[in-house]
Design a protein around this ligand. Structure first.
Ligand SMILES: C[S@@+](CC[C@H](N)C(=O)[O-])C[C@H]1O[C@@H](n2cnc3c(N)ncnc32)[C@H](O)[C@@H]1O
Length: 391
């Protein structure tokens, strides 16, 4: 089925495991219609303006696809024929470069790369047979990026409107550091119900991702504000630059840094140096403060608030006694953070038990390939006996 350009446009925003509900909420706020959560994605409907807004403003999406063609194929020949019979000139011409990504879950097709290769051959052959010329492939920076999703014999071909993953906000140069994915950090803040009325502390902030995402979110800075790369929809035949500039200007006009209270600490001098240099580059020194200090000596400058931490898991960053390290985190929370909500993400479930507090909320998230628990420990105020739930 070829989807008509006159139908309401259907889109799919891809996200990370566990962030589907917050992406639904973000899409509702943007005015999307027919919103439907899927696995690591959310389907929705809207117009061209909404597509541009989704790319420029969504915090927990990593790309936005526009499905254009559904068909059924059970063999390579059928796949080639179906792709060849679609009119690709509707979307791009021979002067544009293109690339194809694919996700295949099928007993008819084993290799996703092979599906992409067959589809590429069919598209190139169609252009060459019609015009005598062929478009070039560019895997690094294609003008047009297509995605093929295969579920058994059902194919969906989509235009990828984003190109680069939307988690790349381009507000810093992180070199070789391995920070949290920005979309994950934004999702964690949303799952924690953080808003700028609450002070936020990340006492193991590393390069500062959680704090920078909080600064962007709390100030309504669009995620694409610092982006230098073009979005892929800007290469499409129907790209409307006036509309995109209008959307950007309207979103940028809402930026407001007032009321933000963000604090970070870390005991690694290199990480602190990187975080401070980003703060300086972005001019965020008025509302983000970061110091080089171990967690146990960090003096919270607020009475209460949200403490969010991504401590070492004992995977990439080795800690001599990981269980004792997590026990110390729990002890510090009990002694110094009464009145705070502490949110901790870790893939080390065994070590997490040593925190010695019962989580009052938990989510499963993935940091890259690592399955993580993201748990809240509510450090209630009150008598010492009622202060916390010890497991
Ligand atoms: C997984 S990294 C955090 C990465 C960070 N979320 C980012 O996006 O860059 C864990 C951080 O905890 C810091 N750390 C480890 N032990 C610490 C301690 N006792 N006190 C403060 N920071 C500590 C490490 O230096 C490291 O930067």
């Amino acid at each position: 089925m070829i989807l008509s350009i006159f139908d309401p446009m259907k889109f799919i925003a891809k996200t990370l495991h566990g962030l589907e509900p917050v992406l639904v909420q973000e899409l509702e706020e943007l005015g999307a219609k027919e919103i439907r959560p899927l696995k690591r994605a959310v389907a929705f409907e809207g117009d061209k303006a909404l597509l541009y807004q989704a790319n420029y403003q969504l915090r927990t999406a990593i790309r936005v696809l526009r499905p254009i063609y559904h068909f059924v194929a059970r063999s390579e020949r059928q796949l080639y024929h179906k792709i060849y019979s679609y009119n690709w000139a509707m979307h791009f011409d021979v002067k544009k470069t293109f690339a194809i990504t694919s996700n295949v879950h099928s007993s008819f097709f084993n290799h996703s790369k092979y599906v992409a290769l067959k589809a590429k051959d069919a598209i190139v052959d169609q252009f060459r047979n019609k015009s005598g010329k062929r478009p070039s492939i560019s895997t690094s920076h294609p003008d047009v990026l297509l995605n093929i999703h295969v579920n058994e014999d059902e194919f969906t071909v989509s235009l990828d409107s984003s190109g680069e993953s939307l988690h790349r906000r381009e507000y810093r140069d992180i070199g070789h550091a391995a920070p949290l994915n920005e979309a994950l950090a934004a999702g964690m803040l949303k799952l924690a119900g953080w808003d700028k009325s609450k002070p936020l502390l990340d006492a193991m902030c590393g390069t500062g991702t959680i704090l920078f995402e909080a600064a962007m979110m709390g100030s309504h800075t669009p995620t694409g504000y610092y982006k230098k790369e073009r979005y892929n929809f800007q290469n499409w035949n129907d790209y409307d630059d006036d509309l995109f500039q209008k959307i950007k200007a309207e979103a940028d006009a809402k930026i407001d840094y007032s009321g933000l209270q963000l604090k970070g600490g870390d005991n690694n001098p290199t990480a602190v140096k990187m975080a401070l240099s980003t703060i300086q580059d972005l001019g965020f020194d008025d509302f983000i403060e970061i110091e080089r200090v171990p967690f146990k000596r960090h003096e919270p400058s607020f009475e209460s608030g949200i403490l969010m931490m991504n401590p070492p898991y004992g995977e990439r960053l080795q800690i001599r006694n990981i269980n004792a390290f997590y026990k110390e985190i729990g002890d510090i929370l009990k002694q110094q953070y009464t009145g705070w909500d502490a949110w901790i993400i870790s893939s080390n479930f065994e070590a997490m038990k040593n925190i010695g507090l019962r989580p009052s909320k938990r989510h499963t998230l993935f940091n890259g390939a690592l399955e993580c628990k993201f748990q809240r420990f509510s450090m209630y105020q009150g008598t010492k006996k009622q202060k916390w739930a010890v497991i």
